[in-house]
Design a protein around this ligand. Structure first.
Ligand SMILES: [Zn+2]
Length: 122
């Protein structure tokens, strides 16, 4: 009679194949997560830049505080960099009445910035 079940080597081979697949997949998934966070952060900054432009068209000046932009964009005060929600609001420190600057509070080098409508990323 034929005996059913796994030989001792079969589970070992299965685990090694899974480990190899994980070795290939994990860095790719991690890279996509970083790309998604960067894209989301840049999308937030574009929304804020649009709100600044709309505010300027209406009131002839830009605003340096995100809550002030809620007039044009309801969720402006709630926008955060998805990389780290604890870092606070977007940095509008360079904004004056006639120019605006929006920087990622987590890492402007990584996620970029928008200065007077010019995006700082490729
Ligand atoms: Zn960011």
């Amino acid at each position: 009679m034929l005996k059913r079940g796994f030989t001792p080597i079969e589970p070992v081979v299965a685990v090694e194949v899974l480990a190899l697949l994980a070795l290939i997949a994990v860095p790719r998934i991690a890279g996509q997560t970083e790309e998604a966070a960067t894209f989301s952060c840049q999308r937030n900054m574009i929304a804020l830049a649009t709100a600044e432009s709309m505010y300027f068209a209406e009131y002839d000046c830009y605003k340096a505080h995100m809550p002030d932009l809620a007039v044009m964009l309801d969720n402006a005060p709630d926008l955060r960099c998805p990389e780290d929600a604890g870092v606070g609001q977007y940095n509008l420190a360079g904004t004056a009445s006639d120019v605006y600057e929006i920087r990622c509070p987590w890492d402007a080098t990584e996620h970029g910035s928008i200065d007077d409508g010019v995006v700082g990323w490729d």
